[in-house]
Ligand binder design. Sequence first.
Ligand SMILES: Nc1ncnc2c1ncn2[C@@H]1O[C@H](COP(=O)(O)OP(=O)(O)OP(=O)(O)O)[C@@H](O)[C@H]1O
Ligand SMILES: [Mg+2]
Length: 348
Amino acid sequence: MLKRMEELFGVDLGTCNTLIYQQRKGIVLQEPSVVAIQTDTGEIKAFGQEAYEMIGRTPANVEVVYPLKDGVIANFDMTLAMLKYFIGKIKSGFNWFRSFHVLISVPCGITNVQKRAVEEMIVHKGARRSITVEEPLAAAMGAGLPVAEPIGSMVLDIGGGTSQVAIISLGGIVVSESIRRGGMSIDQDIIEYVKRTHNMIIGERTAEDIKKNVAAVMKPVKNVEMNIRGRDLMEGLPRSITISSDEIYEILDDFMQSLVECIRLTMEKCPPELAGDVMEQGILLCGGGSLLVGLDKRLQQELGVPVHLAEHPMACIALGTGKMLNFNGAIIERSTTIEIPEDRESVQ
Ligand SMILES: Nc1ncnc2c1ncn2[C@@H]1O[C@H](COP(=O)(O)OP(=O)(O)OP(=O)(O)O)[C@@H](O)[C@H]1O
Ligand SMILES: [Mg+2]
């Protein structure tokens, strides 16, 4: 009998984006964690990038939803359907997760029950084995920090739905803190601001474009401007205005304060030796939100600690899961694992 080929996958299931790492191949998928559903029939119209393109452009009976909220799964059925679609995309005609081992990242601070629910969800779909790993730990591995050493490394991951701070030493998370604010909450702050000061309603995609193109958290050297379109609040008609980095700068202050507070809290809870390491080694920034213009400089200025942006900020976690798949050391050993019997046939 042929020995069944086993495949190892690392999954970064984020509020905004899902990345899949396949052993020996690298990152094989990066798509928005979005699903478009027909509200009257419940039928799924699109997943991933295709569904993301529909945001703000759907007819009344189609809704685009994020199955994850604040970094955790809010809708299990939809998350499963989405994961199944993603896996199908990289392995067309393949029997779903049949002989897969999956290492999936989860936010730090979630309960063991929540971790187990994620692991069981993957195993339920037929994966041979599923292991969860905390996101900051995977991010630190992905960025090449000395996680296994007795040295404190601090990671700040600013995702779409959450921002997490963690200090890692000897292969584990020593202290961590998180806030339910990330890139998506900045988009909402921008929508609110444009409504309040320009009497104009803009969509999520426009707000995200403003954030990516004109937002800066350090007083910009050069004021960048952008033309945006929306609907006039009073007249209900389409209108366009120019928005500048100078005005967006003010809006980001509240988010910056929450972030600095979260880092301070983590430092306060951390053993003094490790805090000393962080003062020396600095903080590693990752996640899509870390691409905000001037974020590293602003944090460095407010905290007096060196701040470095990861080389691949949005791929760090997936790359880290990839490294862990090849790593038979302490981290994998300590993770919870779920094994299912060889003869299991129920693959849905
Ligand atoms: N150049 C950029 N400038 C500012 N923000 C950006 C940039 N590029 C992406 N982002 C933001 O990064 C966020 C997505 O980051 P990421 O993919 O790390 O989140 P996630 O892992 O899906 O979410 P979470 O970790 O909270 O579950 C989005 O809010 C997106 O708008
Ligand atoms: Mg993330």
